[in-house]
Design a protein around this ligand. Structure first.
Ligand code: 1CP
Length: 361
């Protein structure tokens, strides 16, 4: 556990606040960049580390989670760190079995059914995730103020999807069936997840997370109608819940980012949920994004195609310049438009970062 001189109230002074500034609509000295899944499998040092430790052993051991979180920060000039964990730690804390199978990904061998739904153990779920808070507090100290630290969670619908499908899915047809066939039960489940996610994120902020991203990675399987009915209200409730609970606990208000992957059909509505930043997936046209969000007072983040990292160096640098030109340099955080691929070339990440940081503001 964390010792007294590494507590959540004596953190080192932050030296790089580019992302926090961009999130709040202030002007940073350079365009900020971080990369979704930057602490993951494309790093050879992570793959080495994984030979010694299982996935959830790393997640649940603060010193190990901290070490992996710092890996991309040691290697690259990134403007943020993201705590090493996974969105599926919430279903795990609710009592579901989650296995990380090599070459497959996460598997939940006993998925949620109408019959076992009531066995979800929400009492004490956030206290069972305290290890994430400890990893955050430790990492804040070990970062020595170099860059801000992200906390994160999966969004209610995305977690519901994994819990019902029992893992990744090409269609999410089982989880979507619940939305159409059992809307009331779906709402109860989404409400339960919303409450746990809110408290979990407040706990992360209390532990030292300086900015939060909510991953709604499975938004793309829904349409405008389903997203309005089963997602937007809960996403809004998470943002307002975090704001209210932060105020009550005397915590600073940290920037909140919503990444609703593939939810192009509700981009304008996403801007009214109380988030400071919207993540934009790689399929979206930056000009369309900016015109849709005109007058919304919101920062955008994204959206280079993760596959662009395979392009020749000069072409990659040019694509970055073109993307920044389309988004403009105000209220903008550079990122990929989804997570980095496991076999992305490590040199391309350097090229990407250098191209962003060399753009004059
Ligand atoms: O930078 C980082 O990698 C930080 C930690 C991190 C984050 C932010 C991991 C570690 N996972 C996540 C989020 C996450 N996990 C998301 C949201 C982002 C996204 O859309 O990519 C999702 C959907 C998951 C679920 C998940 N976990 C998948 C996807 C499976 C599918 O449905 O196709 C996978 C493969 C994992 C495992 C995982 N999580 C993280 C790592 C490094 C890994 C690889 C596992 C291993 O090391 O064996």
């Amino acid at each position: 556990s964390i010792t007294k001189n590494m507590s959540a109230n004596n953190f080192p002074t932050l030296k790089n606040d580019r992302i926090l500034k961009a999130a709040k609509g202030e002007k940073p000295d350079k365009l900020p960049i971080w990369i979704m899944r930057q602490a993951g499998r494309y790093l050879p040092e992570f793959m080495e580390f994984r030979k010694q430790h299982s996935f959830f052993e790393i997640c649940q051991t603060p010193s190990l989670a901290c070490e992996v979180t710092l890996m991309p920060i040691k290697r690259y000039d990134l403007d943020a760190a993201i705590i090493f964990s996974d969105i599926l730690v919430i279903p795990q804390a609710l009592g579901m079995i989650v296995e990380m199978r090599p070459g497959v990904g996460p598997v939940l061998p006993e998925p949620l059914t109408l019959e076992n739904l009531k066995e979800l153990n929400k009492e004490g779920a956030v206290s069972r995730l305290q290890y994430v808070g400890e990893a955050i507090t430790l990492t804040r100290h070990k970062l020595e103020g170099k860059v801000p630290l992200f906390g994160f969670s999966g969004a209610p619908w995305t977690l519901m999807g994994y819990m019902i499908e029992g893992g990744g899915s090409k269609t999410l047809s089982k989880a979507k069936k619940w939305l159409y066939a059992y809307p009331e039960i779906s709402h109860q489940l989404l409400e339960l997840l919303t409450n746990v996610i809110t408290d979990y994120l407040v706990m992360q902020i209390q532990a030292g997370a300086q900015i939060i991203q909510v991953f709604d990675s499975s938004a793309e399987y829904l349409n405008r109608h389903l997203y309005a009915k089963f997602c937007l209200p809960y996403l809004k409730k998470i943002a307002s819940g975090i704001r209210e609970k932060s105020t009550a606990l005397n915590l600073e208000q940290v920037p909140l980012i919503l990444f609703a992957k593939g939810a192009h059909f509700s981009l304008a509505e996403q801007a009214d949920l109380g988030y400071d930043v919207l993540g934009i997936d790689w399929t979206m046209n930056p000009n369309h994004v900016r015109s849709t969000l005109k007058n919304k007072n919101i920062t955008v983040q994204g959206n280079l195609d993760p596959c662009a990292l395979y392009a020749p160096k000069e072409e990659l640098a040019q694509m970055v310049k073109d993307m920044v030109k389309s988004f403009g340099t105000e209220r903008y955080i550079v990122n990929l438009g989804h997570g980095i691929y496991p076999d992305a070339p490590t040199e391309a990440v350097q090229t990407f970062i250098d191209a962003v940081h060399s753009i004059p503001l």
